[in-house]
Design a protein. Structure first.
Length: 415
């Protein structure tokens, strides 16, 4: 069998979900239409390790229809949408992904996907790329792509340490990715996940957002829009200053811990909320993470500080601390928007995955000529995707007149 999934019988439900995503992903689908006659991915073997959601379903169908031979695994133990995985398997795609897998099975799934001996890897968080390197089996690889900030950080560290053995396109670093997906996508879907898991009223709450980067900014804005009082914690003075001038309160976590009602981590760092903070928190405090890995809230110390642990619903766990206070952790500290909701809206994934497709085609076109490094996405690709997105929204913009172009590219005209 070339798949391992939870529930094959959910295929029809999954197909309906993918259809809905498809309706909202015109940029990716138009690109596919234009490229179909060329079959640019014909005979190229892909291994993908990216949340198996309805939007990823559209990406997978696109790669397949353009000729790719592909296999896919999940990039997080709790983010797979089992119905989507079933739909794709029903269409003959090789999928190794299930919601709720153990760490061991998570890595087994990655290794099963690697079995295709990929020419191109598509990764989200760098677990597949790291495992590829650990296996040493790189003879057929042309290159890879990386979807998220944490993955790019890891891969740049590999490059710096001389460990990276094949070229990577940093899809996350495209403007049409991180300025939209990370900001608007996570901004909306993280709150969606928290609301679905708890049904709390955000209005009037004190919401503490750790990290004021792309994701943090998006979530802070949405929480404020709901009527919350938002506190930002940061370690970077520039980001902290931006948060202050955007109108938020900026505090160290030690102070924020005492006042927050809801905490959302978005840093890509570890142990941002830890035992000393849990002990200061108010009874009823809710904790959620939107960063890539489940390391931002120190779950081990939350467990060891607790006398009782109780499951409230599928995605909310109550931790009763020794002094009696109860804290509520959503989605086991894994990315709340994918665990407790459906992930980003399809409209933003449209641009992220158009970047994935064009970056993969680029890797195939230049195969063998790039040295092992992490590459930024070219401005022309960003412009192409932004233009296509605007067109799909029926939005026209101005163009420079000749005089304006001369003015903007010259120096002679001044006061
Ligand atoms: N949930 C999702 O669907 C989703 C989507 C996109 C990105 N991500 C992930 O979210 C995380 C953040 O991504 P981003 O694009 O916003 O990154 P970013 O680099 O733009 O922002 C991270 C911010 O966190 C701050 N920070 C780092 N360590 C901190 C600490 N200990 N305390 C407080 N602040 C700290 C940094 O100074 C920076 O301003 C990454 O792990 C990324 O992979 C998740």
């Amino acid at each position: 069998m070339n798949y391992r999934i939870n529930a094959p019988k959910l295929a029809e439900e999954g197909k309906r979900k993918i259809y809905w995503a498809q309706v909202h992903m015109p940029v990716l689908l138009n690109l596919k239409e234009k490229l179909l006659s060329e079959s640019p991915l014909k005979g190229v073997k892909f291994a993908g390790c990216l949340h198996v959601t309805k939007e990823t379903g559209v990406l997978i169908r696109t790669l397949r229809d353009l000729g790719a031979d592909l296999t896919w695994c999940g990039c997080n133990p709790l983010s797979t949408q089992d119905d989507v995985a079933a739909a794709l398997v029903d269409e003959g795609v090789s999928i190794y992904a299930s919601r709720g897998v153990s760490n061991e099975q998570y890595y087994d799934d990655i290794h099963s996907a690697m079995g295709i001996k990929p020419n191109v890897t598509i990764d989200d968080g760098a677990d597949l790329t790291v495992e590829m390197h650990n296996s040493g089996n790189l003879s057929e690889v042309y290159g890879g792509t990386e979807e998220t900030t944490t993955g790019v950080v890891r891969l740049r560290a590999m490059e710096k340490n001389g460990k990276l053995k094949y070229p990577i396109m940093a899809v996350n670093d495209a403007e049409t990715k991180h300025d939209f997906d990370n900001v608007y996508g996570t901004g909306q879907s993280a709150l969606d996940g928290i609301i679905r898991a708890t049904n709390i009223l955000i209005s009037g709450k004190i919401v503490v957002v750790s990290g004021y980067g792309h994701v943090g900014k998006g979530i802070a804005r949405r929480a404020a829009g709901h009527g919350a009082n938002v506190i930002i914690t940061e370690i970077d003075p520039i980001a902290a200053l931006k948060a202050k001038l955007d109108g938020y309160t900026v505090l160290p976590m030690a102070s924020a811990a005492m006042t927050g009602d809801l905490f959302i981590t978005t840093t890509g760092c570890k142990d941002v909320i830890r035992e000393e903070h849990f002990l200061k928190m108010k009874n009823g405090t809710i904790l959620a993470n939107a960063g890539h890995f489940n390391v931002e809230i120190s779950i081990d110390t939350l467990k060891s500080s607790s006398v009782k642990v109780k499951q409230i619903n599928q995605n909310t766990t109550e931790y009763e601390l020794k002094k009696g206070n109860k804290l509520y952790l959503i989605g086991e500290g894994r990315l709340v928007n994918l665990v407790a909701a459906e992930g980003h809206p399809s409209e933003v994934m449209d641009m992220s995955f158009a970047n994935q497709l064009l970056s993969a085609i680029k890797l195939i076109q230049v195969k063998g000529s790039l040295s092992p490094a992490v590459y930024n996405i070219e401005k022309t690709q960003d412009q192409q995707i932004a233009k296509a997105k605007l067109e799909s929204m029926d939005i026209n913009i101005d163009t420079l007149t000749e005089e304006q172009h001369t003015y903007l590219t010259g120096f002679s005209e001044g006061t």
